[in-house]
Structures are given as structure tokens and as C-alpha cells.
Design a binder for this molecule. Structure first.
Ligand SMILES: Nc1ncnc2c1ncn2[C@@H]1O[C@H](COP(=O)(O)OP(=O)(O)OP(=O)(O)O)[C@@H](O)[C@H]1O
Length: 654
């Protein structure tokens, strides 16, 4: 036995024998109790050199199969975690509830040493077999725990540092453990936080997958946190009865066990009917709506997502409109596991070959045009034209000729040989009408006629041309509100809304980190050498992204172009990013007309509200508004600062 091992064994025995004597240098408590269990209950020899216990191949397979759903979600997160810890010699592992190691994701520098210790698939890492260790002790303690080097019970494990966190299912049962182990001598707090965040992500995603056939209500006390790791999620039947809730949901609502919430009606929890919440969510394009919790009156912001019927049908063997193999790729590349995006892609795949008008909704930069292009490229029209027209950017007087074209001499100034309109340019292919909400009403009437008759008559022409187009339109404005104001034709609205797909804002996407890596890869021309380190990834992940994916892409492009080495870190962020991040958070709150971040009295709040409205009306031009209000620019600036008003555009990094 080496001196190290002799010392270790002595220490274990002495600590256990004098229970209350010196505590070992453990970081989170629980280590002494674990040593006591190992020596007294399991009667383990701290210097045991028995071979690690490993289950047979058939048993491993059966254990893996029984956690198939969880493992498929966990594998993505394990890969993420591994990348976050890359280079620090860690392996990422998943065990089942008995401590059997199901998945192993190893750093090459560590894999060999790891297998000698027994860190390999099939090995049993319960406390009873391996003594005090991250995975086994976590299973007993049912909480995140780190076990650092000499805190291990068996002397053969004292080279290891482990950080492990338990994974619970929605019924509160501990079903697995996620662990990062390595031979690092560094403290484990940071690793433990990363492992715990990954577990939270796994639990949330398993929940969303498991209850994909129910409505999901996602909520938080702050609107910008809906869709993030810290949100609560409740699965609800179509009649508004709670089927299950995440751990975070229980915590946010002050329940202690799933049984306290399951079976309740949503109206027992919040001051809104379920159908009311569903309607509001759709109307507000899935922006969180303010609601109050019944028991304590706490305010939350919530969104309700409808179940994904397509996913249900996708499991049927013969699919009517299965997209071609290559077709799936363009759409599939738009998402990396975010449930609403996955749902969107599934819907899109279903209509690829069907001539159904598609309406894309979503904030600016969420990828509406990209989605339209992917849809086009995925079908049999892929080699035909994709013609995009932005109805907001063409002068009103030109839209008609742009869209419908004209014949020679149709009007003064017309080109001699006439012009083929965009609609006809798209013939055989796809026409993408962006910002359709900005189309003048007269033209809407003409467009409607074209869509109904499926033929176009260019200006000045006498023979209509037969039309065969796939129509995709997009808008970020509330078309229902425009209909109410008679600014949008209701019949056209229904023509365009064959299928409506709502693209989530980037801040609500749960696959942000994968998307960030994907964009970084694209922006470095597929050069896999560019790596984003953990802290930078976390900073980008937590940013509010008012400009959505467009803003993210531009930021990465800049950072990659200016990089000094291939490892991108926080230091590569442009200086304005920090300020912008803070501003964006406040701006989101401000523009949502929710409470400002500073303490204001009701009068000041009213002044703030009025000022935001005026500033928006004047496109945030301080000089113009100051003139209008007959006060100096300085006075206006001071007001803006005192009332904590932030121009949302200033938070964007275009
Ligand atoms: N899923 C995605 N994967 C990779 N890049 C994306 C994705 N979605 C959008 N982008 C990128 O984000 C940027 C903005 O996308 P796009 O123009 O499609 O957004 P949009 O919603 O149509 O914006 P707007 O409403 O302002 O017209 C583009 O650079 C696009 O490449």
C-alpha cells in the first residue's frame, strides 16, 4: 500500500470511529455520514482492490432501454457539458437509479485512466459497491454533491474529483444521476453548478417531451425568464386539468409534492380560465401574459403552448407526405431540440408537398425568411424560383407593378419591354410575402383575387397568365388587430393562414447553446477549430437578444473576424455587449409596459409610461420630442435617465 493509501485508510477509520471527532475536509457535508455507512453498513474495506463490478451486456442493454427517452435528451446535454468542460480532463457520465453507468462521454486524456478505476459503461457506482463517490453518494443523499479526491472512501478512488446531481421525474422519483468526474485538483463548485444546470435542462426537456400531447403552461415571475431554465412548466389537459408539473413549477407555486397540484383545475391556481390563457397566448404571439396566482396573489407571466398533434401522427408507420431525404435537412437544421421549434419543423414537413398557404409569425430576426426558404428547398419545387418581396420596403405606388408586372406602354415611364411581376417570377416556385401586414388594402383585394382565380393579369395586359405558386407570408404585426381596424381584409387573412407557424424568440428557445455553436461553425466557414469557452457560452446563452438570431449571428461574425486565437472567451465580446445585455433586460421589461426596475411612485410611473409612448411615437428621437414638449434636450435626457427608460434599439447590436 502506498503511503498515501495508508494515510487515507487511517483517516477514514479514525473519522468513522470517532464520529464526532474531526470532520474530514468535505465540501458539502454528508461525507462523514457516507464513510460511516461504508464502514458500518456495507462493511467495505477502504483499501479494497477488488475489480470494479460490471453488469452483463444484456442487463446493461435492458437498463439503457428502460431510460431510452431520458437518455436521448441527456446525450445532447452531456455533449454540451463535455464541451463546456473540454480540456479539463473530465468525463461525463449518466447512471440509473442503482448507480449502473449507462452513458460515458470521456475526454481522451482521461478515458484510459477512467476505465482502470471502473468509470466505464456497465460499471456499478453505487455507494455500496464503490464507497463514497459522486454518483453513489448523490443517489443516497438525493441532492447535488461533489466528492473531491480524499473525500472518496476507497483509497483507489482518491485521484478522482466528482460532481454529481440527481435527475428526478415529474412524480418526484429519482431516476438517474448526471456526473462529471476527472482527475482535476481544482475545486468543484463551478463544475457542480454546470452539472446541476444540465440536470435542470434534462428534466425540463424530458418533461416537455413526455407531455407533448398535452397543453404546456410555462411561467415565471419575470417575463424574460419564461422559456429559460428557471421557468416552471405545467402539463394541462384540453379541459384545463393539471396532469403534471416540473420541480421548478412546484417551487414557484409553493407546493411541496406533485400530488398537491395534480388533478387541480388551472383556475384553482391562476386568476385566468384555461381557454383565456390559450387565447391570450395565441393573440400575443406567445409573449408571456401577466396572470396572478390564486393562493398568495403573486404575479407571474405565462404562455400556453398547444400539444403537437403532428408528433402523435409521426409515430404511425406510413406517413402520407414524408419529405424527401434531402428535404428534411434544410428544415431540420433550423432547430436543435427546442420543443416549439421541433413542432414547427414537423408541421412544415407535413405540408411540404401540399399546396397550403403558410403564415409565419415571429419577432424580427427569428428566422421567418430562413424558414420560408428551408420549406421551399425541402419540396419538389426546390429547383424552381424562390421570390421574396418585402411589402413594407417597397413604396406603395410601386407595389402593384412589382407584384403583378406590366406590359409595354402600360403607363407613362413604364419600361418599353414591360416587366414581369414578382408573382409571375415565382411561377412554379414559391412566393414569400414578407411584412404582409403592411400591404395597402387596395392591393390586398387584388392579391386575394389572384389567389382565388389562380391567374394574374399584368397591368395593361389583356390575357391572364395561369399561376402555380406556393405562397408563404410573414408578419410580426397583429393581423387580427388590423382586421378590427379595417386595415387588413379578413378574407385574405383566412386565405393566407392555411397553416400558421409561430417562431419563438431566441430568448425563449431551449436549444440556444446548440444554435450558438452551429452559427459559430457557419460563421467560421465550417472551421471546427473555433471553440466557444464555457463562460462565454453561458453569457451568450443568458443574453436577452432583442434582435434574435440576426443579432446573435452578427455578434458571432464580428467576434470570429476579430479573434486572436481560436478559443473565443468573454474577452472577445465587444465592450458594448455588457452594457447592451443590461439594457436589453430592462428594455424588454420597459417595452412590455411592466414595472420598471427602479422604485417609482405612481405619478412617476404614469410619467414614465407617457414618455415611453411619446418616445416611441417620435422614433426615440430626443431632439424632436424635446422640441415638441418645449423643454431642453438636457432636461429630457435627465428625465429619461431618472425614469430608467431605455431605447430598445440601443440594446441591439446590429
Ligand atoms: N434557425 C436558424 N439557424 C441559423 N440561422 C438562422 C436561423 N434563423 C435565422 N437565422 C439567421 O438569422 C438572420 C435573420 O433571419 P431572417 O431574415 O430569416 O429573420 P426574419 O424573421 O425574416 O427577420 P425580419 O422579420 O426582420 O425580416 C439571418 O442571418 C439568418 O441566417
Amino acid at each position: 500500500m502506498s503511503n498515501f493509501a495508508v494515510e487515507h485508510v487511517k483517516r477514514v477509520r479514525s473519522v468513522v470511529q470517532n464520529r464526532m471527532a474531526r470532520e474530514p475536509a468535505d465540501s458539502g457535508g454528508g461525507i462523514t455520514q457516507s464513510w460511516i455507512r461504508c464502514l458500518n453498513d456495507y462493511q467495505l474495506d477502504p483499501d479494497s482492490h477488488d475489480d470494479p463490478e460490471v453488469v452483463g451486456r444484456a442487463e446493461l442493454q435492458q437498463r439503457q432501454d428502460s431510460l431510452a427517452d431520458l437518455r436521448s435528451v441527456a446525450e445532447v446535454e452531456m455533449a454540451n457539458l463535455y464541451q463546456q468542460l473540454a480540456g479539463s480532463g473530465y468525463a461525463i457520465m449518466l447512471t440509473d437509479r442503482d448507480g449502473v453507468l449507462l452513458n460515458f462521454f470521456g475526454d481522451p486524456s482521461f478515458t484510459h485512466a477512467a476505465s482502470k478505476t471502473g468509470l466505464m459503461q456497465g460499471a456499478i457506482w453505487s455507494e455500496r459497491v464503490q464507497g463514497t463517490n459522486g454518483m453513489g453518494t448523490c443517489l443516497v443523499e438525493r441532492r447535488p454533491i461533489s466528492v473531491h479526491q480524499e473525500e472518496h472512501y476507497l483509497s483507489r478512488n482518491i485521484g478522482l474529483s466528482c460532481a454529481a446531481a440527481p435527475i428526478f421525474n415529474h412524480s418526484g422519483e429519482l431516476v438517474a444521476v448526471l456526473d462529471a468526474s476527472g482527475e482535476s485538483r481544482l475545486a468543484q463548485q463551478h463544475t457542480l453548478a454546470l452539472v446541476s444546470a444540465s440536470v435542470q435542462m434534462i428534466e425540463n426537456r424530458v418533461f416537455l417531451h413526455q407531455f407533448r400531447n398535452e397543453y404546456i403552461v410555462r411561467f415565471h415571475s419575470r417575463p424574460e425568464f419564461v422559456g429559460t431554465l428557471s421557468e416552471g412548466a405545467i402539463a394541462v389537459t384540453v379541459t384545463g386539468r393539471v396532469v403534471a408539473a416540473t420541480r421548478r413549477a412546484l417551487l414557484l407555486l409553493g407546493f411541496h409534492s406533485p400530488a398537491e397540484i395534480e388533478g387541480r383545475d388551472i383556475t384553482d391556481l391562476f386568476n385566468i380560465s384555461f381557454s383565456g390563457l390559450v387565447d391570450c397566448s395565441v393573440k400575443k404571439a406567445f409573449h408571456p401574459v401577466p396572470i396572478f396566482e390564486i393562493r398568495n396573489g403573486a404575479r407571474f407571466f405565462a404562455v400556453s403552448y398547444a400539444p403537437a398533434p403532428v408528433l402523435r401522427e409521426a409515430r404511425q408507420p406510413a406517413q402520407a407526405a414524408a419529405p424527401a431525404a434531402g428535404a428534411a435537412t434544410a428544415l431540420d437544421l433550423l432547430q436543435f431540440g427546442d420543443p416549439p421549434m421541433l413542432h414547427n419543423v414537423q408541421i412544415a414537413k407535413r405540408v411540404v408537398e401540399r399546396n397550403v398557404a403558410v403564415m409565419l409569425l415571429g419577432e424580427t430576426g427569428t428566422g421567418k425568411e430562413m424558414f420560408a426558404q428551408a420549406l421551399h428547398r425541402s419540396g419538389s419545387r426546390a429547383d424552381k424560383p424562390f421570390v421574396a418581396i418585402n411589402c413594407a420596403s417597397i413604396p406603395e405606388a410601386l407595389i402593384e407593378s412589382e407584384l403583378f408586372g406590366y406590359t409595354s406602354g402600360a403607363f407613362t415611364g413604364a419600361r418599353k419591354d414591360g416587366q414581369c411581376g414578382k408573382i409571375l417570377q415565382a411561377n412554379g416556385g414559391t412566393l414569400f410575402l414578407d411584412e404582409i401586414g403592411d400591404m395597402p388594402v387596395a392591393l390586398q383585394t387584388r392579391l386575394l383575387r389572384v389567389l382565388e382565380e389562380r391567374e394574374v393579369l399584368p397591368l395593361g395586359g389583356d390575357a391572364p397568365v395561369k399561376l402555380d405558386i406556393r405562397l408563404i407570408s410573414a408578419t410580426h404585426c397583429d393581423l387580427q388587430a388590423r382586421i378590427a381596424l379595417k386595415q387588413f381584409r379578413e378574407d385574405l387573412f383566412y386565405r393566407l393562414h392555411g397553416v400558421t407557424i409561430t417562431l419563438p424568440p431566441l430568448r425563449a428557445r431551449t436549444d440556444r447553446q446548440q444554435l450558438i455553436r452551429h452559427l459559430a461553425m457557419q460563421e467560421s466557414d465550417g472551421d471546427g477549430n473555433v471553440v466557444i469557452d464555457g463562460p462565454l457560452l453561458a453569457a451568450l446563452d443568458q443574453h436577452q437578444w432583442p434582435g434574435n438570431i440576426r443579432q446573435l449571428r452578427h455578434l458571432l461574425r464580428t467576434m470570429i473576424a476579430l479573434r486572436e486565437t481560436d478559443l473565443l472567451t468573454i474577452a472577445d465580446l465587444p465592450p458594448e455587449f455588457g452594457a447592451a445585455a443590461a439594457a436589453a433586460t430592462v428594455a424588454t421589461v420597459a417595452t412590455a409596459a411592466t414595472a420598471p426596475e427602479v422604485d417609482l411612485n405612481p405619478l412617476e410611473n404614469a410619467e414614465r409610461h407617457a414618455l415611453i409612448q411619446e418616445l416611441t411615437r417620435h422614433s426615440w428621437n430626443i431632439s424632436t420630442l424635446a422640441r415638441q414638449l418645449k423643454i431642453s434636450r438636457n432636461t429630457l435626457y435627465r428625465k429619461v435617465q431618472r425614469l430608467n427608460i431605455i431605447n430598445p434599439d440601443k440594446a441591439m447590436l446590429h
